[in-house]
Design a binder for this molecule. Structure first.
Ligand code: XUL
Ligand code: CO
Length: 437
C-alpha cells in the first residue's frame, strides 16, 4: 500500500527553539522527569473515532474532511485499509497507544452476527499493525448510542431487547479488546440518561445500568481479561441528563451498586466543564477516592456550551491536570487519550499532525512545569501548613475519633474563641504558579 502521508517523516524532537511545525518542541519521549520517561508518564493515545472517522459534518452542513485514502464506503476492505493508514499516522506521530469504539474500526452489519464478523476481520489487521509497530491499545469500547435501536438508551432502555443487544455488543467489544491486549475497557454512558422524567423510571433504569456493568465484571473474569474497567462521566449531550453526570455521581453510583472495586474513572476535560466543574476538580474527586484511572484530553470553548472536543493547548490546563495526575501517583493502566477533533475548517490531512503535535507538546510542558512546582515544594508546603492545626492538639484528637460533642464543647468553653484564621492567599498562590509557566 502506498503511504497516506508521503511527505511527512516521523515527527522528530527539535527542542523549544525549533520553528518546524512538524517537530516536537517539548515532547522529548526519552527525557526523564521524576524518574520516568515522558513516554511512560504521558502514555499518549490517538482516538480512532475522531481522527479516522470524523467527517467534519455539523447540524448545518456536510462533512469537509479531505481523507484521500478513504473511499467513503462502508465496506470491510475500506475499514481494513483505513487501519493501515491509522497506524502509519500513529507511528509517524510517535504515540504509543490508540483507542477505539467497535463501530469506528469496523462497519455495522445487517445483523449482529455480520457486525461481529466485520469486527473480527478488521481486528485481524489491527493486530497485525500492532505487532508491526509496537503501538498498543489503551482501551476499547462499544458504540451503543449511534444506531437508532439505542434511541431510548442501551442498558437503560425501556425495551429489554435493547439491553440484550447492548450486552451482546459489549461482550464482543470486550473479547476483541482482550485479543488485542488492551490495557483497559471504557464505558461511556452514551444515551444512558433521560430527555424527560415524565416517561422515565429513573431508579429502574439505573438498576439496569448497574446490572449490565455487573454482567461485564463477571464476563471479564470468565475470559481472563485483566485490563482496567473505566467509567467516563458526562452530564449531558446527547441526553438532557446522563446518569454518569460527573465524577462524584459516578462514584456514588458505583458504591451504591457494589461496583467500585471493579472500576476507575476516565475523566474528560470538556465533560468536566459541561458539568460546571474544572478538570482539576474532577481529577481531585476521582483521585481522592483512589479511582483516577485515565483521562480523555481535550478542551471546550468558553463561548460555546457544548462538547466541542478541541485539542488541548492551554498550558494552565495541562499543568493543573498533570499536578493532579502526579499527586495521585501517575497513570498505571490509563493515559492521555486525545478524545479531540480537528475543527471543521481544518480539513487537510496535515492538520491531524498539527493538532496532535501541539497537544502532546502542551502536555509535555504541563508535566515538566508540574514536576518543577513539586520539586520547588512551596505549594505543597503551603497546603500542609494550612492544615497544621489538625496535626496535633485538638485537631489530631478529632481526626482520631478520640473526642465527642461534649469534649469539644468543654474545650471551646474553656478557650472562648478560635485561634486566629490565616489568609487563604489565593493571589499569592496564583502568582507562584505563574513563576513556573
Ligand atoms: C463522548 C465521548 C466518547 C467516549 C467513548 O463525549 O467522550 O467518545 O470517550 O465512548
Ligand atoms: Co471521551
Amino acid at each position: 500500500m502506498k503511504p497516506a502521508f508521503p511527505k511527512i517523516r516521523p515527527i522528530p524532537y527539535e527542542g523549544p527553539t525549533s520553528r518546524n511545525p512538524l517537530a516536537f518542541k517539548h515532547y522529548n519521549a526519552d527525557e526523564i522527569v521524576e524518574g520516568k520517561t515522558l513516554r511512560d508518564h504521558l502514555r499518549f493515545a490517538v482516538v480512532y473515532w475522531h481522527t479516522f472517522r470524523g467527517t467534519g459534518s455539523d447540524p448545518f452542513g456536510m462533512g469537509t474532511m479531505q481523507r484521500p485514502w478513504d473511499d467513503g464506503s462502508h465496506s470491510v476492505a475500506n475499514a481494513q485499509k483505513r487501519v493501515r493508514v491509522a497506524f502509519e499516522f500513529i507511528e509517524k506521530l510517535g504515540a504509543p497507544f490508540y483507542s477505539w469504539h467497535d463501530r469506528d474500526v469496523a462497519p455495522e452489519g445487517r445483523t449482529l452476527a455480520e457486525s461481529n464478523r466485520n469486527l473480527d476481520a478488521v481486528a485481524k489487521v489491527l493486530k497485525e499493525e500492532q505487532q508491526r509497530t509496537g503501538i498498543k491499545l489503551l482501551w476499547g469500547t462499544a458504540n451503543a448510542f449511534s444506531h437508532s435501536r439505542y434511541v431510548h438508551g442501551a442498558a437503560t432502555s425501556c425495551n429489554a431487547d435493547v439491553f440484550a443487544y447492548a450486552a451482546a455488543q459489549v461482550k464482543k467489544a470486550m473479547e476483541v479488546t482482550h485479543q488485542l491486549g488492551g490495557a483497559g475497557y471504557t464505558f461511556w454512558g452514551g444515551r444512558e440518561g433521560y430527555q424527560t422524567l415524565l416517561n422515565t423510571d429513573m431508579k429502574r433504569e439505573q438498576a439496569h445500568l448497574a446490572k449490565l456493568l455487573h454482567l461485564a465484571v463477571a464476563y471479564k473474569k470468565q475470559i481472563g481479561f485483566k485490563g482496567q474497567f473505566y467509567i467516563e462521566p458526562k452530564p449531558k449531550e446527547p441526553t438532557k441528563h446522563q446518569y454518569d453526570s460527573d465524577a462524584a455521581a459516578c462514584l456514588n453510583f458505583l458504591r451504591e451498586h457494589d461496583l467500585l472495586p471493579h472500576f476507575k474513572l476516565n475523566i474528560e476535560t470538556n465533560h468536566a466543564t459541561l458539568a460546571g466543574h474544572t478538570m482539576q476538580h474532577e481529577l481531585e474527586v476521582a483521585g481522592a477516592a483512589g479511582a483516577l484511572g485515565s483521562i480523555d484530553a481535550n478542551t471546550g470553548d468558553e463561548l460555546l456550551g457544548w462538547d466541542t472536543d478541541q485539542f488541548p493547548t492551554s498550558i494552565y490546563l495541562t499543568t493543573y491536570t498533570m499536578l493532579s495526575v502526579l499527586k495521585y501517583g501517575g497513570f498505571k493502566t490509563g493515559g492521555v487519550n486525545f478524545d479531540a477533533k480537528v475543527r471543521r475548517e481544518s480539513f487537510e490531512p496535515v492538520d491531524l499532525f498539527h493538532a496532535h503535535i501541539g497537544a502532546m507538546d502542551a502536555f509535555a510542558r504541563g508535566l515538566k512545569i508540574a514536576a518543577a512546582i513539586r520539586k520547588d515544594g512551596r505549594l505543597a508546603e503551603f497546603v500542609k501548613q494550612r492544615y497544621a492545626s489538625w496535626d496535633g492538639g485538638m485537631g489530631a484528637k478529632i481526626e482520631a475519633g478520640q473526642v465527642g460533642f461534649k469534649e469539644l464543647e468543654a474545650y471551646m468553653l474553656k478557650k472562648g474563641e478560635v485561634a486566629a484564621n490565616v489568609s487563604g492567599r489565593q493571589e499569592f498562590l496564583e502568582n507562584l504558579i505563574n513563576e513556573f509557566i
